[in-house]
Every structure is written in C-alpha cells, then in structure tokens.
Ligand binder design. Sequence first.
Ligand code: NAD
Length: 243
Amino acid sequence: MDFTGKHALVTGAAGGIGAAIVRMLRTAGAKAAVADKDVSGLEAEAYLPGDLTDGDYANGLPAAAMDALGGLDIVINNAGIMRRGPVTASTDEDFDLSVAVNVKAPFRICRSAIALMAEQGSGAIVNTASCWGVHPGPDHAVYCMTKAAIASLTQCMGRDHAHQGIRINAVCPNEVDTPMLRTGFEMRGFDPSTAVAELGKTVPLGRIAQPEDIAEVVLFLASPHARYICGELVEVNGGKPVG
Ligand code: NAD
C-alpha cells in the first residue's frame, strides 16, 4: 500500500494498536499527526497531545491536523478505554468516561472531519470498534455497549456521507496483545505473557493478534484498495468469532 502524499490523523497513537498504525502509515509514505495524552515517545510529522474527554480538543483535532500537515485525507479513531465488569460492578464514572472516550470523542472528531472532507470531496475514516461491539462478551457490559455504539455510528455515517466521497468504516478486533489486554490480566492476578500464550490456544489461527495484524487492516480500509467498502464493520479475529 502506498500512502505517499496522504495526511493522516491517528488518535490513541501511543497505544499498542495506534503506534503500529502510525509506524505502518509513515513507512508507506503518509504524513501522520499523532494524538494521545502523551505523544513524546512517538515519531510523526505533527504532535497533537491532549485529553479526548475535552470537547474543544476533540472537536478541533481534524482542523489542527489539517493545519499542521497541510491536508487531511485519513482519520483513524483508535483511542479507547476498557472498564471491566457487569453493570452491577460498574460506576457512573465508568459509564461516563467510557462513553466520553469510546463514543463521544470519535463522534466529535468524525463530525469535524466530515465537514472538512466534504469540502474537498474525499476522505477515509476508520474507527476502532471491537468484536465485542458486534457480539457482546461476558463481564464487560459498559465497554461492549460503547463499542456497539461506535459500530452503529460508523454504519450510519458510512451511509450518510458516502455521497460526499467519504468512506467511513470500522475495524472490529478480537483479542490483541497490547497494554489494554495485558493490564486486564495483571489486575486479575495472572502473568500476562503466560495468559497471552494460553489465550492464543483458543484461537483457530493459534495465537491472539499482534497490533500489526489489526493495523494492516486499518491501512487497507483507509486505502484506495478499499474504495468500494463503506459503512462496514470488519471483524479481525483469527477465526475466533465471539458469541
Ligand atoms: P492501548 O491501551 O494500548 O491504547 C489506547 C490508547 O488510547 C492509549 O495510548 C491511551 O493513552 C489512549 N487514550 C485513552 N483515553 C484517552 C483520552 N481520554 N485522551 C486521549 N487518549 C486516550 O489499547 P489498544 O489495545 O491499542 O486499543 C486501541 C483500540 O482498539 C481501542 O479503541 C480498543 O478498545 C480497541 N480494541 C482493543 C482490543 C484488544 O484486545 N487490545 C480488542 C478490540 C478492540
């Protein structure tokens, strides 16, 4: 895939999947604007640190990326948080923060980006939902709800803005070997590396995903190779469907 001359905004750029997306986009020739709470360790063409729960920051990110890079062709809404537990173990703060980061921030970023992309008549947005947004898993009720919300929003936006030359899709990973997954094992008292290896045995392809396995699908959806894919939820699960 060749992204020469393309300009991309990536949120959650310091995380496991986000860092892989940024690396691979830049290797393929794109200029990248990285957004996360702390972007100091990243290599990119533009640095846009901030907290996605800040409405002004999220609303302004696409324009800030466009100004800094000299264009905006691709937006990757990848940032996310996972609060664990059934509803009976979930606080109002769990609910509000999960909705703020996983739903409201990408909603705001998409709204601003669509306005800019509509003016130029082209653009690609890829949101990170989850397999659990399509088939809810156990004991993560609030997380699953937020991923279902961004999945649905993606389908709606994909349909509503296709006529403006904008393709909006979502990638839906199952288990990926990132800090999000490993901290969950630590919190439950498991050794993360052993747990990742054990979990891999439950996947038909024999291992859980590495961040690059997801990033490559994100790049495909952002590329002209996916020119006829719009409003889709693409599950990337190694043959292990949830449900
Ligand atoms: P990660 O925890 O490694 O990265 C998430 C990034 O989002 C972090 O760098 C974090 O700083 C950033 N972020 C969180 N809250 C923020 C805020 N308020 N403001 C700015 N940045 C914020 O997790 P990951 O596994 O790389 O997850 C990336 C995406 O993939 C998430 O949307 C996640 O829900 C989704 N996903 C992950 C898995 C998995 O198994 N790891 C599975 C399915 C979906």
